[in-house]
Design a protein around this ligand. Structure first.
Ligand code: PLP
Ligand code: ZN
Length: 398
């Protein structure tokens, strides 16, 4: 396949999978899950120099409006057809009123609610389902607090593979209905997300499902990474000063951090990185607690609570990677109460016309606190991420 630089590209720029815990290598040509030696997530490693030789920033301009415009940075062989619903290439725009209120000159929103299934999770699902199909997997399972379910079901439907979703009983009803409509088998579980994990593991062992839950395979993170690629391209390859991310398992954050390293290695950007602000709800602030205590692992929260269902995770396999990225970026972690989230959701809707979800509004609530604490300065360029649609949460504002 010829490309923008006129160089013959290899089948894929993906070289291998590397354990994020113990650095053990795994071949990407076979189905992989977590590291068999230490249980940590595997990360995809590319020949980034070769990517840089094959594609240049200007060469992307003519490409399709989806995450697949960054093909060389993705793990699917160059000639394979992705399972795509035109995810990504979401709007990036200024929030003038909120900027004024916070006395920030340069406040932006990346609106991920415009994705298939109304959330950024579509990015990871498009890539992971595409790779699953390549690896001949035909039954996929997911543990989800709700939001990842609809895009998961959508890409499985498009790929023609069976999908099973296990979610807690209190997941937003709209999500449940969407998953069912998209043909997924939905299993509502009592208890926390950890209980859902058990149910998925049973389906893996007894019914031959492959687990696509967070970190259980290496390719969702590659899709989430495109959020970072897109922010870089959106600002013409000059990264902003801050990116504010409403976090849970942290795949989006780790993905962005990885994206910017790969872009630098491929010669697309320089050394500058945004400071990362990781926002959690007060009822599930494991990363915030660990960051503030200077720890490199987070404690498990036994009963995570909060209105933002997508942020309600008690334990993540990415804790160490999140904490490292936050530290390396010179960023911070902040917890916000539910009432601040609901207020931010109402303000985003009424003053900026954006139907932000509780998770997206949490990023605004976190930024408000960071400005109050003097962490974020007036002239800094800040990007908030609305990771989901506010329609699921309209009843909270009412
Ligand atoms: C709407 C929404 N926003 C943000 C997140 C956080 O995702 P991550 O795992 O990347 O931290 C989630 C995760 O479930 C979510 O559903
Ligand atoms: Zn390992």
């Amino acid at each position: 396949m010829k490309n923008t630089a006129g160089v013959k590209a290899p089948q894929s720029f993906l070289k291998k999978l590397v354990c994020s815990g113990c650095s053990k290598n795994y071949p990407h040509t076979r189905v992989q899950t977590l590291c068999q030696a230490c249980g940590a997530p595997l990360l995809a490693e590319y020949d980034t120099k070769a990517i840089g030789a094959c594609v240049k920033p200007a060469g992307l301009r003519e490409r399709e409006s989806s995450i697949w415009r960054y093909r060389e940075f993705l793990p699917l062989p160059q000639d394979a057809q992705p399972v795509s619903l035109r995810e990504g290439c979401t709007p990036l725009f200024v929030l003038p009123r909120e900027g004024k209120r916070l006395k920030l000159d340069n406040l932006w929103l990346k609106d991920e609610s415009k994705n298939p299934g109304f959330t950024f999770k579509a990015r990871g699902m498009s890539v992971a389902v595409s790779l699953a199909l390549q690896l001949k997997l035909d039954r996929l399972a997911l543990r989800s607090a709700g939001n990842a379910g609809a895009p998961f079901a959508a890409y499985c439907a498009r790929a023609g593979v069976k999908s099973l979703i296990v979610m807690p009983k209190d997941a937003p009803e709209l999500t449940l209905l969407a998953c069912e409509m998209l043909g997924a088998r939905v299993n509502l579980s009592r208890g926390t997300l950890e209980d859902c994990t058990q149910t998925v593991q049973t389906a893996v062992l007894k019914d031959g499902y492959f687990d696509l839950s967070s970190y259980q395979e290496p390719y969702r993170l590659e899709g989430d990474k495109t959020l970072g690629l897109e922010i870089a391209e959106g600002f013409n390859w000059q990264l902003p000063d801050w990116v504010v991310y409403p976090g849970d398992g942290g795949m989006g954050l780790i993905g962005m951090w990885k994206a910017w390293r790969e872009l630098e290695e491929a010669g697309f950007i320089g050394k500058k990185r945004p400071k990362l602000l990781f926002v959690q709800g007060e009822g599930c602030a494991g990363i915030v607690n660990a960051f503030n205590a200077g720890e490199d692992r987070a404690e498990t929260i036994a009963n995570p609570t909060g209105v933002a269902t997508g942020l309600r995770v008690g334990k993540t396999l990415g804790d160490n990677l999140i904490l490292t990225a936050l530290k390396e970026s010179g960023g911070a972690a902040i917890a916000v109460p539910d009432n601040a989230i609901v207020n931010a959701m109402r303000d985003m809707a009424r003053t900026e016309g954006v139907l932000a979800a509780a998770e997206g509004a949490a990023s605004l609530a976190g930024l408000r606190k960071a400005v109050e604490q003097g962490l974020v300065k007036k002239n800094e360029q800040v990007v908030l991420i609305n990771t989901n649609t506010g329609l699921k949460y309209a009843n909270l504002v009412r």
